[in-house]
Ligand binder design. Structure first.
Ligand code: ZN
Length: 208
């Protein structure tokens, strides 16, 4: 794929859903990582948000917010991205994923975006008291790139994998699914189970 084309499709799995997220919902603000990459998609997010009249603000490290019974803490990225041109591969952008520890209805949920192992290790080092969680949205669509020490620490009751049916990347990795099951996690995946919902009584409901 030529560079320009690649630039407009990499991370589309995160950005292209914005219109659907905004449709039919009252949204007060959109929080993003400070890494506006690729530039074309970052601009598209700003346009879409402006059209909907929703402000775009950065997610700051250590930030804690609460709405009703829902609270969350921004665990990552720890600091603004380093200066210099963005990477063509998108890996640096993956490691700038906003990572949230969410608490709702007595459940803890970790949402690590597309973090790769270098940032997964740094996340654990930066948060030595990171707790085991009820629910983990497995990083990077269940790719093989998972730090075993982080999975062991999180030891999720439920491991949710968001990935497309018959995706060309081979997500999720069978090895990672086996590692999660060995930790006692119940694994659910959107490619085979359909849309997933975690209910307040701590069960996972699948539409498929
Ligand atoms: Zn992704």
């Amino acid at each position: 794929m030529r560079h320009a084309e690649r630039e407009e499709t990499v991370h589309a799995d995160h950005v292209a859903g914005l219109a659907g997220v905004l449709r039919g919902r009252a949204v007060g603000a959109i929080q993003t990582t400070a890494r506006g990459e690729p530039a074309g998609q970052a601009a598209a997010v700003r346009r879409e948000a402006a059209r909907a009249g929703v402000p775009v603000i950065g997610a700051g490290p250590g930030e804690r917010r609460r709405i009703g019974d829902l609270s969350w803490e921004v665990l990552w990225p720890r600091r603004p991205p380093p200066p210099g041109p963005p990477s063509a591969s998108g890996e640096d952008a993956n490691d700038a994923s906003v990572t949230l520890l969410v608490r709702a209805a007595g459940l803890t949920v970790l949402l690590p975006g597309d973090l790769e192992p270098p940032a997964q290790r740094a996340l654990l080092a930066a948060h030595p008291d990171l707790p085991a969680v009820d629910v983990l949205k497995v990083a990077h669509h269940g790719s093989a790139q998972q730090d075993p020490a982080l999975l062991e620490r999180l030891r999720p009751r439920f491991a949710l994998v968001s990935c497309g049916e018959d995706n060309p990347y081979g997500h999720p990795s069978p090895k990672v699914l086996a590692a999660l099951r060995a930790l006692g996690s119940a694994v659910a995946r959107t490619d085979t189970h359909g849309s997933l919902a975690v209910t307040a009584d701590g069960t996972v409901v699948a539409s498929g």
